[in-house]
Design a protein around this ligand. Structure first.
Ligand code: ZN
Length: 325
């Protein structure tokens, strides 16, 4: 079985919504049992901040952003305590290697929507101390970092300083959901600092014209910095013009996006960011245990074993080595 690293899932939010605090068996797309069956080596667990409109609708059911983040992180730690033989947190590349040697899956905590940073550098440091090792700067609304995809704006002045700060302290910068201008600004700052950045769950705009996907120029800029793009399994990002109630995520489309990334940015920039538990539709790979289907498809398409390993985990490992500590 090919080991793999997945750069994005929304499982912590799903567990929080369902009041679950053990990720061993869930009815969704990701849980410890399915990750084990699929061969997962490391899973990035995003703490996804629900959109402000949803927070308003939830009213008293939603704690503050701060409390919610703590609760999601607590779900992760509770699971690791219940199943110390299966899961351990990784805050560095070395810890992933150590966990893998002990037969454990690594969990890497990330924050999706940097709004909780609230324009204060000390909050960034605090999230780092809480174990967060990647921040998706924006979700689909403007925040203290900058403007989201589809907007013509870029980073704020705080956003520019914060990206440089993240490069310094050892926190990965994620441009998935960010605007095109924000992307270029991140690329420029990271290039100057000699640090890779990532698009944890985005696809190719040349194949599927969606503002969440990357243009060829963006793929080149990201690859030039040594970064990686995690291919997203969500139907809207894979194929355009899908019927509203019968959206499909086909393995062939995932393979097509990976091929395009590689054609434009080279073999070292392609990776996986499933977006499990944050996407829906008819998914050919709809849960972590089905991940081997992707690697089998790549093999049938003539990918060499070495190229498959790069996509599956080696490229992300290279970036982790260079960015988090
Ligand atoms: Zn997302």
């Amino acid at each position: 079985m090919v080991p793999y690293i997945d750069m994005h899932c929304d499982t912590l939010m799903r567990a929080w919504m369902r009041r679950r605090s053990d990720l061993l068996h869930l009815k969704g797309m990701v849980d410890l049992a399915r990750l084990g069956a699929g061969g997962c080596k490391a899973q990035f667990f995003a703490v996804f901040l629900p959109p402000v409109e949803l927070v308003r609708r939830l009213g008293p059911l939603f704690p503050s952003d701060e409390d919610y983040i703590k609760k999601c992180i607590a779900i992760f730690h509770h699971t690791a305590q219940l199943h110390p033989d299966l899961l351990a947190q990784a805050k560095t590349f070395e810890e992933i290697e150590k966990n893998a040697a002990a037969g454990k899956l690594s969990g890497i905590l990330t924050l999706e929507d940097g709004r909780a940073v609230n324009g204060r550098m000390e909050h960034l440091d605090r999230f780092y101390r809480m174990g967060i090792r990647l921040i998706s700067l924006t979700w689909n609304a403007p925040n203290c970092f900058g403007e989201p995809n589809g907007s013509s704006g870029g980073l704020t002045s705080f956003g520019r300083e914060a990206v440089a700060h993240m490069n310094r302290i050892g926190m990965m910068v994620d441009v998935s959901h960010l605007s095109d201008r924000g992307f270029s600004e991140v690329a420029e700052i990271c290039r100057q600092n000699g640090k890779p950045f990532v698009a944890s769950h985005s696809n190719c705009r040349a194949l599927t014209p969606h503002p969440r996907n990357l243009t060829d120029e963006m793929i080149r800029a990201l690859a030039d910095c040594g970064g990686v793009i995690g291919v997203n399994f969500g139907p809207d990002f894979l194929e355009q013009g899908q019927p509203r109630f019968r959206k499909e995520s086909r393995i062939a489309a995932i393979v097509a996006h990976l091929k395009h990334m590689i054609r434009i940015g080279g073999t070292d920039c392609a990776a996986i960011g499933t977006d499990f538990d944050g996407i829906n539709g008819r998914l050919e790979i709809g849960s972590a245990d089905r991940m081997p289907l992707l690697f089998e498809a790549l093999e049938r398409e003539g990918f060499a074993a070495d190229a498959i390993e790069k996509i599956a985990f080696r490229n992300v490992e290279r970036v982790l080595r260079e960015t988090i500590y």
